[in-house]
Every structure is written in structure tokens, then in C-alpha cells.
Design a protein around this ligand. Structure first.
Ligand code: SF4
Ligand code: SF4
Ligand code: SF4
Length: 325
């Protein structure tokens, strides 16, 4: 797939359809991948990579890139297309300035899961019948593929692209039984005290690096509340448990109804905090209270939390009623 992508990208640059390409490039090791913009065929030939580690969602970069001169080619995995659509809906990306090629998704690999088994100096990987063969500077290692999958790919909601200009590979489908709310349901079945303790244990690990906010396609505000120098909480580590909770609860409310469940926040968290569980709780609640809704599925529908329906919307008392359940 990588070779076909490189060839197509160079074709589209050569015929003037696009002037640059956003994709990924490799660092020192195979897992050391970063999103990158390529402006020449030579740069693409030398640095462009798309493999088992290219998990990063490039949609958010298109907010700025689509405002620059010329059209940009973006390779989007199925999950990335939901983020892209949501950003179109929010008028954050200029659609005509982006040429989208849909590419197959994962599952992508989590380098931390390899490192946790003592596998370092990773040069490359290949999957053979469910066994991952890992080429390292110290020789070859193996491990079961399913133990190396990135968290966000474990409960993939869709292998279908919701937007593209052209498609590479086979189109997928929405996965109705992804099981992505199973862990949320387990948390709901805990007592309030158990749940509080679970989240306190998780959120107390937060170092307020802001990586989750910075990577999040739904966190696209030009002036974020957490950067306000008058807020007293701007760009600093949480002083106490209140501030630890505060950051995450506010952010979760801000992205509620707009979070596409892309899983990027959990992927980049250096403290391995399962942020997706908080966001999925909001998605699950919205589905139950306002009807099934998938952010990013389309660019025209009204989102439940910005669409008032006097007859069908739940009343604020639902919070108390659910608490009493
Ligand atoms: S990425 Fe993790 S550690 Fe960093 S601010 Fe977010 S939750 Fe905290
Ligand atoms: S909150 Fe997390 S899962 Fe939701 S859109 Fe942002 S990065 Fe993606
Ligand atoms: S935390 Fe809130 S204010 Fe900050 S970028 Fe995200 S949505 Fe915007």
C-alpha cells in the first residue's frame, strides 16, 4: 500500500491536482512516526511512510493546511474521515482545499506494548498469520499480533470511510458490535464511590502536558480556556485533585457531541490514562438520552446538544433521576 500511495501522491502533484501532501514520516526507529507535510516528489520518495505504526490522525492539521495556498492531499484512515467530516461540519476545514484519499485502517500497533515485553531497537515489523515478527537491532523477536494492537484499534467502530475523493483498497463497514461501550458499562455498574476512586486513581497520574487536548480534533478552539492567563490554571500542572478533575471534566463537556471517538487522546497520553472511557461515557449517554448519534458521520445533521427538541429532549432532572437509580 505504501508504494501505491507514494506513486499516487507524486502523480497528483505532477498533474497539479495538489501542491503538497500530508502523511507521516519515520524517525530513528520504526515506531517513531510523526505527521509531516511533503512539498516535493523527492521528499515523498525519501521520507513518506505508511505502515503498522502510522496511527496518527492527520485531520486536525488540515485546519491550518487548508487555509494555505494550493490544495493538499490527505491520506485518511476510516476513523480519520469521521474527524475530517466533523471539522467540515464545524467550518474548521476548507473542504475544497483538501483532496482526500481514503486508505485502509489498522489495526495499528502500540510500540509501548512491544517495549513492555523488553523489545527495543525496533527496525521493522511484519504480521504472519497472527504472529508479529519484529526486526530489532538485537535480532528478531516475535509476539502474538493481538497483544500488540493499539488501544484505539481494539474496539474499532468502523472500517468504512465517511468521506473521500478517491479510495485505495476495499471499502469497509460500520461495526455494530465493536464492544466499545462494554468497559463503560462496567464502570456504570460500580458504586459511585468505586467509580470516583477509579477516576481519581487515573486522573491523579495526569501531568497536564496538554497532549490530549493538543491532538484532539474536537479541541480546535483558537483560544482555549486552559490557555487563558487569567484563569489561574493556564499551562501548569494541577495543584490539587480538584484541578486534576477540573481539566478533564471541562474538556470532556466541551467535546461532548463532537468527539468522534477517534481515540487519539488516549493514544498520546504519556501516563496511559484511559481518556476514551470518559469520552465514550458521554457518547453512550447522548445515544441513550437523545437517540443514536455518531459525530462525524455526516456534515449536515444537527448535533444532539445543539439541537433543541421540546417534545423529545430529556429534562435536566435526568441527572438526579439517574443518580437515584
Ligand atoms: S495527555 Fe495525559 S498526562 Fe497529558 S494532559 Fe492529557 S491526560 Fe494529562
Ligand atoms: S476527545 Fe479523544 S477520542 Fe474524542 S475526538 Fe478528541 S482525541 Fe478523539
Ligand atoms: S478544552 Fe475546551 S476550550 Fe480548550 S480547545 Fe478543547 S474544547 Fe476548546
Amino acid at each position: 500500500m505504501q508504494e501505491a500511495m507514494i506513486n499516487r501522491a507524486k502523480e497528483l502533484m505532477a498533474d497539479g491536482t495538489v501542491s503538497r501532501v500530508i502523511g507521516w514520516k519515520r524517525g530513528e526507529f520504526a515506531y517513531d512516526i510523526t505527521p509531516a507535510v511533503f512539498e516535493t516528489a523527492e521528499e515523498i520518495d525519501s521520507d513518506f511512510v505508511c505502515d503498522d505504526f502510522t496511527a496518527a490522525n492527520v485531520s486536525k492539521y488540515l485546519i491550518k493546511e487548508s487555509r494555505k495556498e494550493g490544495r493538499i492531499l490527505a491520506f485518511l484512515k476510516p476513523c480519520d474521515t469521521y474527524s475530517f467530516n466533523q471539522l467540515i461540519k464545524e467550518h474548521r476545514i476548507i473542504r475544497e482545499n483538501v483532496y482526500v484519499i481514503g486508505i485502509p485502517g489498522g489495526p495499528k500497533l502500540d510500540a509501548e506494548k512491544l517495549k513492555a515485553r523488553g523489545i527495543t531497537g525496533i527496525l521493522g515489523v511484519r504480521n504472519e498469520k497472527g504472529t508479529l515478527h519484529i526486526d530489532t537491532v538485537y535480532g528478531e523477536e516475535t509476539m502474538p499480533m493481538f497483544e500488540a494492537i493499539l488501544g484505539k484499534c481494539e474496539n474499532c467502530k468502523s472500517t468504512k470511510h465517511v468521506v473521500y475523493d478517491e479510495l485505495m483498497g476495499e471499502e469497509g463497514e460500520v461495526i455494530a458490535d465493536s464492544g466499545r461501550f462494554d468497559r463503560v458499562a462496567e464502570l456504570e455498574n460500580m458504586t459511585a464511590q468505586q467509580r470516583f476512586e477509579f477516576w481519581r486513581e487515573q486522573l491523579s497520574k495526569c501531568i497536564r502536558c496538554n497532549a490530549c487536548r493538543n491532538v484532539c480534533p474536537a479541541c480546535s478552539c483558537e483560544n482555549c480556556v486552559f490557555d487563558n492567563p487569567d484563569s489561574g490554571i493556564s499551562n501548569k500542572a494541577a495543584a490539587d485533585s480538584f484541578e486534576e478533575n477540573n481539566f478533564h471534566i471541562i474538556r470532556a463537556f466541551h467535546v461532548a457531541g463532537r468527539c468522534t471517538d477517534c481515540g487519539e487522546c488516549s493514544r498520546v497520553c504519556p501516563q496511559n490514562i484511559p481518556l476514551h472511557l470518559l469520552n465514550r461515557k458521554f457518547i453512550k449517554d447522548i445515544n441513550e438520552l437523545y437517540g443514536e448519534y455518531q459525530a462525524g458521520e455526516d456534515t449536515t445533521s444537527r448535533a444532539p446538544l445543539t439541537n433543541y427538541n421540546a417534545d423529545e429532549d430529556c429534562e435536566p432532572s435526568i441527572v438526579h433521576e439517574r443518580g437515584a437509580e
